[in-house]
Design a binder for this molecule. Sequence first.
Ligand SMILES: CC(C)(COP(=O)(O)OP(=O)(O)OC[C@H]1O[C@@H](n2cnc3c(N)ncnc32)[C@H](O)[C@@H]1OP(=O)(O)O)[C@@H](O)C(=O)NCCC(=O)NCCS
Length: 252
Amino acid sequence: MQKTGKTMTFTRYLLSEKPEYRSRIDQLSDEAWPVFLLNGDVHHWHLLFETFSAYQILFIDSAGVLIAAGHTVPLTWDGSLSNLPQTIEEILLRAEQSHLQNQEINTLAAVAAMVSSEHQGQGISSRLIQEMKNLARQHAFTSLIAPVRPTWKSRYPLTPMEHYVKWARTDGAPLDPWIRVHWHLGAQPLCIAPNTLTVKGSVDQWQEWTKMIFPESGWYLVPGALQPVQIDCERNIGRYEDPNYWMKHPVG
Ligand SMILES: CC(C)(COP(=O)(O)OP(=O)(O)OC[C@H]1O[C@@H](n2cnc3c(N)ncnc32)[C@H](O)[C@@H]1OP(=O)(O)O)[C@@H](O)C(=O)NCCC(=O)NCCS
């Protein structure tokens, strides 16, 4: 299936059709996320590749280069806010449980979307979300839900998430570009997910991950973090919680 972004052509595959792209996805991940985020409390990431490879969307160009990847998992959700998974780990575990217990699966949950840095700003992420919606539709699910990690929030780490997600441009569209992509495609806001992933490490580890020095205990603004990181030099521990914004795409 050939697709076009604003300026380029690529083909959409599922990882189950191209298992040899597994290590390329890891490379894209390493490029897409701040290092500290790759050290969070997510222990079942491997399910994406082992159990749910038919739900991993890949965009590959004519030279065979992976230009974007979208991670999703199928799960059971009763439609209420209280039944939303709280963390990325919980999304993965819910999907595994729904699968193992043969529950009626009705929802596709997005876990991550990544576009390689050379191809960003060309509208490719929008195509990725559309493909997630198509996948949900093909499985006759009723919705696609996404814990959206707002890409500009790291520019405003002191602003509470509750305020940030409401900021809008003069044309009424959300200020944050990534929330805006979902909004343009018809997503509705659900609620804040205050902590989808916790990163804990020693002070040395945090210094290594961030290339910063933390001479004393306190709250620090760290590049790529959506809110401050707490460093406790006496206990030799640094802690960060990654907030997201749950949004829901109807899949008609
Ligand atoms: C977030 C990400 C997927 C967006 O992908 P993308 O293909 O570059 O995004 P698009 O080209 O579709 O642009 C999305 C919006 O951001 C805006 N935008 C893109 N690049 C921009 C830039 N450098 N500066 C300002 N705005 C920018 C676009 O104008 C667009 O808004 P609009 O449609 O209202 O005009 C990509 O940046 C990425 O992989 N980032 C790292 C991983 C990540 O943060 N993923 C999202 C959380 S899961």
